[in-house]
Design a binder for this molecule. Structure first.
Ligand SMILES: Nc1ncnc2c1ncn2[C@@H]1O[C@H](COP(=O)(O)OP(=O)(O)OP(=O)(O)O)[C@@H](O)[C@H]1O
Ligand SMILES: [Mg+2]
Length: 384
């Protein structure tokens, strides 16, 4: 069983690349489920079919579904939802506002995660591919399994508090089946999913990006947070690459700019492998075109494989009360090393290549105290 999650900034090509990966794996004979957890779905457009939250077999071995989180909340979580909105209305919020607010923080993410858990546990698929929402939302989703225990405690807390001040009202709204009894069960599922997501032989994450400044920064943020959560990035897919050269001077200058950013991407993601896809002149929809795109990206490689694994790529640890960030840079001979912080970015200049890392929140505002390179590892110590 494999789980592959595609992440990246809005519009970079996550849906297209994940749909093409799924198609090519299915055509190699494995059973694949591709699911979109983004509220703004476009998976159905990529396959030119209608999709729902029940998997549809698009072609042999290829199943697709779109998780409709809001409908799910309305249907299956209705009890909990009306319970919270009743508390909020009691506090003076109007009905519509109360309904909106009653979608607890993390609830949408939790429902998406439950779908991933269900698909992975069902035994129906060899590979589950997740086409996720743009980075910000997905990072909350990925931090969720760990923080879920905290949420469920908090809900338990609200429950006992609410009973006190709103008892008469609550008897009217109180769910027939006690939803709070369900919480520990969901908690168990989240723990199981968390273990699956952290198991590098099961789950790998892939970032999709374009050769553009802001997109690269976002992709680096993805890398930082994946490392922080203990998840493995096994590939970076650079999409929408222009042809190598053009007679048109306007196009050529765009190509030159892309070439500059491609070099930056190579440095920044090293040693994670980079795959490339050209900007196509036609829309990449339907399985034949999607399969062709996958061939362009992965060549003869089976995209279901774990494409790269290294536990040391980027490790943040606390040593003697100080944060130490270690970067794995194999086959690099360090002659000149310079480390600088610019806002939330750590700029590491090694010889004449620059690697940039987006700092996690805990490191922002701290100064570097020293850097040390040995056995392919660069360790940077931050002030406490
Ligand atoms: N290599 C490519 N060549 C040409 N067009 C592409 C390529 N990759 C993606 N596109 C197009 O770019 C648009 C955005 O792609 P896609 O929907 O896959 O991105 P996304 O990252 O999933 O976006 P969102 O964040 O909105 O979900 C779509 O119209 C898609 O058809
Ligand atoms: Mg998309």
């Amino acid at each position: 069983m494999r789980i592959i999650l595609y992440l990246g900034k809005g519009g970079v090509g996550k849906t297209t690349v994940s749909a093409s990966t799924a198609t090519s794996i299915a055509r190699r004979g494995q059973r694949v489920l591709i699911m979109s957890t983004d509220v703004a779905h476009s998976l159905a457009d990529a396959f030119s079919v209608e999709l729902s939250s029940t998997p549809l077999e698009v072609e042999k071995n290829l199943f697709a579904m779109e998780v409709n989180v809001l409908a799910e909340i309305r249907e299956n979580w209705n009890e909990l939802y009306s319970y919270f909105s009743s508390i909020l209305m009691h506090d003076g919020a109007n009905e519509i506002v109360a309904e909106e607010l009653a979608i607890m923080p993390g609830m949408e993410e939790m429902i998406s995660l439950r779908y991933i858990w269900k698909a992975a546990k069902s035994g129906d698929y060899d590979v589950v591919i997740v086409d996720a929402a743009p980075t910000g939302e997905t990072m909350r989703l990925l931090g969720m399994p760990e923080s879920y225990g905290w949420y469920s405690d908090k809900i338990g807390g609200w429950h006992s508090k609410a009973i006190g001040f709103a008892a008469p009202l609550l008897t009217k709204f109180m769910p027939k089946k006690n939803i709070f009894k369900l919480m520990p069960e969901v908690n168990e599922h989240m723990k199981e999913l968390h273990a699956m997501l952290q198991d590098k032989s099961i789950t790998t994450f892939r970032v999709v990006l374009n050769p553009e400044n802001m997109v690269i920064k976002e992709a680096l943020r993805v890398q930082t947070y994946l490392n922080l959560f203990g998840y493995k990035l096994d590939a970076a897919i650079v999409n929408k690459i222009l042809p190598p050269s053009s007679a048109d001077s306007y196009l050529q200058s765009l190509i030159d700019t892309q070439a500059k950013y491609l070099r930056i991407i190579e440095n920044c993601f090293y040693p994670v492998p980079i795959f490339r896809a050209q900007l196509s002149t036609e829309e990449i929809i339907n399985t034949d075109k999607l399969d062709n795109l996958s061939k362009q990206i992965f060549g003869d490689k089976n995209p279901a494989e774990v494409l790269y694994i290294n536990d040391k790529t980027q490790v943040l640890a606390k040593v003697d009360g100080k944060y130490v960030l270690s970067l794995y840079l194999p086959n690099v001979e360090v002659k000149k090393l310079n480390v600088n912080i610019k806002g939330d970015e750590l700029l590491v200049d090694i010889n004449n290549f620059r690697k940039s890392i987006i700092l996690p929140n805990v490191l922002i505002g701290r100064k570097t105290e020293g850097a040390d390179f040995s056995e392919g590892n660069l360790s940077i110590t931050f002030s406490s």
